[in-house]
Design a protein around this ligand. Structure first.
Ligand code: M6R
Length: 591
């Protein structure tokens, strides 16, 4: 799982490639590397760590053609040896790879029997060694011979020392976009077209074993039978504004504080006083007999809340499935599948979309990133309009997702959604609690284990809050339906095991108060997130974050923002790398 980028053209190839890698760091930041041709030789540099580490070590200032890579480790530890680009034994060919080669072990043993020596632990190195093995003076031909030998999925970019004027690229299931300008002076390849759109708006996407020979001003394409292919480029709009923390210490904090505005953007122009109106949503979707949400991580939690909205508001039976598990399930006909993904690039979600489409189901996407894979592969897409989310830890995308899902349920029910307009102001009120939440966070930051619990709407809300905490602070935080603790997990409770209780679901108020008594009786320190009117909670909780009063359906917004702040300030007290936590990537592009 990784980002790949390449450039050939009249600009400084090295610099363009480094800029591209910066924009692809969301796909992984375990290591980075770059290769090009310099004086008829392959020149390369690769380092464990983020891009700035590579930039400090670069031994060259100019390359004729450049390919680059930013890695999230799958096969082989994080090290400069396992970083891309990988080279063949003679150092004639360099390759960058995104994806996984499932049969790399067998291929590697075969090559070793032919005397090839491997220097990394990766699956990727086998591709470049195979290309070298089949190379007879034509790089495209060698790549074409290798693709049928590979099992798995990939996007690759390859250069050869004898051809400083070309990059060969190929893809199977992993995204790979080729961009070129109108004047034909430059061409770019990237895992994500958003990394190059402003200067090269003509875009071709490689699919199913297609191979491209990329030269300045000329792109030649071949299909999986190695026949020349003619494809019309898509004209994509977009430009990149350099990310900024806007005076905040971290992107995460900035994005938490943006939520009043981003929820406003998610709902703006999508309703009048009578009903909800979605742009580009086929009317036939309203005939769905049931809805299945799929997504991963935070997006799956949004789906769980969406399921409750659909059942409570529109009486449409609904289910949420973690995307990587969805393929094992029977989904009845006339089900509308809704795939939720901030990035639109999550491999598990994309794989599930492809699976359900192949079964003849209609799929709607809910996505934040324009031009992403999800937006191209679904039958319709609703955008979050939240703006770029830079922190790996998803915050503003989640509240925009549930805002859109609330509207969607109202759309199905043909009802107005006026009440959601109160949410931006309520989020502002919660944001004012940041100093208090920071104090509470400091008090609890030495604990290594937490239970998060909630009922009904507060159950997925507490799962999301627990995910925030574990992801950025490396503290063990487990979310549970509050009624479930007594069925086993409560055995873990003692004075060293705090409970964070999400109490903002009026329908289940009495029950959660009883559950709080149960954990209190066993010595658990308790932090409660409760609406102002639930005064009874102060008798049992050690600390209370008082939230604005709202309906059960809208309570996930305010409780989520408080949970995000709690996680943020605990991670801050612990001195963690909040925006780029260890072992993670913003967009998880392998299954
Ligand atoms: O881009 P996506 O919404 O598809 O990403 C799904 C998850 O990888 C993502 O939400 C992840 O769980 C976040 N890092 C959580 O903060």
């Amino acid at each position: 799982m990784c980002g790949i980028f390449g450039y050939i053209g009249t600009k400084d190839s090295l610099q363009v490639c480094l800029n591209g890698l910066q924009l692809l760091e969301y796909r992984g930041y375990d290591s980075t590397g770059i290769a090009g041709v310099e004086n008829g030789q392959i020149a390369y540099c690769k380092e464990a760590g983020k891009l700035h580490v590579l930039q400090q070590k670069l031994p060259f200032q100019k390359l004729d053609v450049a390919i680059g890579h930013t890695r999230w480790a799958t096969h082989g530890k994080v090290s400069s040896n396992n970083a891309h680009p990988h080279l063949d034994e003679k150092c004639d060919i360099a390759l960058v790879h995104n994806g996984i080669i499932e049969n790399y072990d067998v291929l590697r043993s075969d090559l070793q029997m032919h005397g090839v020596r491997f220097v990394s632990e990766t699956d990727s190195e086998v591709i470049v060694q195979l290309i070298a093995h089949h190379y007879k003076g034509e790089l495209v031909e060698a790549v074409q011979k290798v693709l049928p030998l590979l099992k798995g999925h990939f996007a690759i970019a390859v250069i050869h020392k004898d051809f400083p004027d070309r990059i060969v690229a190929a893809a199977r299931e992993c995204p790979l976009a080729i961009g070129y300008d109108d004047a034909g002076t430059e061409a770019v390849i990237s895992s994500d077209p958003n990394a190059f759109l402003s200067s090269t708006p003509n875009v071709l996407f490689l699919r199913k074993d297609e191979v491209a020979l990329i030269q300045k001003g000329k792109i030649s394409l071949f299909n999986s039978q190695n026949l020349p292919l003619c494809k019309q480029p898509e004209r994509l709009e977009g430009h990149h504004t350099p990310p900024s923390k806007g005076g905040f210490a971290h992107y995460m904090l900035k994005e938490i504080f943006e939520q009043s505005a981003t929820v406003q953007k998610a709902i703006f122009g999508r309703m009048d006083e009578k009903e909800v109106l979605f742009e580009a949503l086929p009317e036939t979707f309203r005939n769905a007999k049931r809805v299945w949400f799929i997504g991963c991580g935070t997006s799956a939690h949004a789906g769980m809340i969406g399921s409750l909205f659909l059942e409570d508001i529109a009486q449409i039976p609904s289910h949420t499935e973690i995307a990587s598990e969805a393929r094992f399930r029977i989904v009845p006909e006339e089900t509308l599948v809704i795939a939720i993904s901030q990035s639109g690039e999550t491999a598990d979600t994309i794989a599930a979309v492809r699976e359900f489409k192949s079964r003849g189901l209609k799929v709607l996407g809910i996505c934040n990133v324009k031009n992403s894979t999800l937006t191209r592969e679904t039958d319709g897409c609703i955008f979050l309009k939240a703006g770029p989310e830079m922190s790996v830890c998803s915050t503003k995308a989640f509240t925009s997702q549930i805002a859109v899902l609330y509207l969607l349920a109202k759309f199905f029910a043909r009802q107005s959604a006026e009440e959601i307009k109160t949410i931006p102001a309520q989020i502002q009120e919660v944001l004012k609690l940041a100093p208090l939440i920071q104090q509470i966070a400091k008090k609890y930051s030495h604990f290594r284990n937490f239970f998060f619990m909630g009922r009904h709407y507060m159950y997925p809300t507490c799962l999301e809050a627990a995910l925030k905490l574990k992801e950025i602070s490396y503290v063990n935080a487990n979310g549970y339906p509050a009624g479930e603790l007594k069925h086993g997990p409560i055995a873990l409770i003692d004075t060293h095991f705090p409970v964070v209780a999400f109490c903002a679901n009026k329908q289940t108020e009495e029950k959660i108060l009883s559950n709080l008594q149960e954990v209190k009786a066993r010595g658990a320190p308790i932090i409660a997130l409760a609406p102002k009117e639930l005064s009874a909670v102060s008798a049992v909780a050690d600390d209370v974050i008082w939230l604005p009063s709202t309906s059960d359906k809208l309570a996930p917004f305010t409780s989520t923002v408080a949970g995000q702040l709690l996680a943020y300030y605990i991670a801050l007290s612990l001195g963690c790398d909040i925006d780029q936590p260890r072992n993670l990537a913003k967009s998880v592009t392998v299954e």
